[in-house]
Design a protein around this ligand. Structure first.
Ligand SMILES: Cc1cc2nc3c(=O)[nH]c(=O)nc-3n(C[C@H](O)[C@H](O)[C@H](O)COP(=O)(O)OP(=O)(O)OC[C@H]3O[C@@H](n4cnc5c(N)ncnc54)[C@H](O)[C@@H]3O)c2cc1C
Ligand code: FES
Length: 264
């Protein structure tokens, strides 16, 4: 196993619903937490039985070194996350990670824009926290299909202004997160960080273009999570400048925005 892939057993200390089909899970380690960065993910084994041996990747939402805890927020979407949702306080979980490349923080940034769509919102919380500690002014734009799916707005509001968009207009402005990317806002942004479904990331890439630099965090179906199986590849600019396929689990999930190639 690569040396970056710490493996640990964690106890479930909190697990509750936060929105329609969305759960917030806090797990605690007996020992010190492994090193972590915002934007990395935990590869969680959802059962101890032979069924569903595969792990499920879930982004780190927050972490506390003092309490030795990681928190994730996830959507119950299929068999794996349904099994995870059955875990009760006191149960233990086998967790690999944190894995992947997180969001790089840059010294000297003053105004930063975070963009999260749906289940892409959770990693923005730890990122907002760490940026705020560094003295950066954070503005977060979050998008959901509808108000009943909105998550983490109060958590993010601790770190700065939060602008909300919903597809049906039931919360915040009607429409997509990209409508907040005005020329004026981009002009005063040192860097942006985005995570969400591919169509949203492609729209963010298009809207920012030459006007702002930043990062996109991709979500791909995964197998091993540590660079061995190639289940997670996404079209991207390779280190030599050609276009090819890069492993999201190991080379990402965070990429410089201009490196990602979308087929849309
Ligand atoms: C790096 C990374 C970070 C992630 N962080 C989070 C997170 O913080 N919160 C969260 O809720 N989810 C997150 N996901 C997505 C999560 O891993 C999937 O929802 C989960 O694996 C689904 O497993 P399942 O067995 O419940 O569903 P499956 O039965 O495998 O699939 C059910 C449905 O979910 C869709 N789906 C499955 N996997 C993905 C995926 N990776 N991306 C998009 N759609 C998928 C399928 O198309 C299908 O419609 C992340 C994925 C990656 C790769
Ligand atoms: S999930 Fe196996 S290489 Fe990325």
């Amino acid at each position: 196993m690569p040396d970056h892939a710490a493996k640990g057993r964690y106890s479930v200390v909190q697990h509750f619903a936060v929105a329609e089909n969305m759960m917030r899970l806090t797990i605690e380690s007996e020992g010190e937490l492994p090193p972590y960065l915002p934007g990395q993910f935990l590869h969680i084994r959802v059962t101890d039985g032979s069924d569903h041996l595969l792990r499920r990747p879930i982004s780190l939402c927050t972490a506390s070194r003092i309490h030795k805890q990681f928190t994730v927020v996830y959507r119950i979407s299929g068999k794996g996350t349904k099994l995870l949702a059955d875990k009760r306080v006191g149960d233990t979980l086998d967790v690999l990670g944190p894995l992947g490349k997180g969001f790089p923080l840059h010294k000297g940034d003053r105004n930063v824009l975070l963009l999260g769509g749906g289940i892409g919102v959770p990693p923005m919380v730890e990122l907002a926290k760490q940026l705020t500690i560094q003295g950066v002014k954070v503005t977060t734009i979050v998008g959901f299909q509808t108000a009943s799916q909105a998550i983490l707005i109060d958590d993010l509001s601790q770190y700065g202004e939060v602008l909300v968009a919903t597809n049906d207009g039931s919360l915040g402005q009607k429409g997509f997160v990209t409508q907040y990317l005005t020329e004026e806002r981009l002009a005063e942004t040192d860097r942006f960080y985005a995570c969400g479904p591919s169509p949203m990331l492609a729209a963010v890439q298009k809207a920012t273009g030459e006007k702002a630099v930043g990062y996109l965090s991709l979500e791909e179906r995964m197998g091993c999570g540590i660079g061995l199986c190639a289940a997670c590849v996404h079209k991207a600019v390779m280190p030599d400048g050609s276009v090819g396929y890069r492993k999201v689990c190991k080379e990402g999930p965070v990429f410089a925005a201009e490196e990602v190639v979308f087929d849309v």
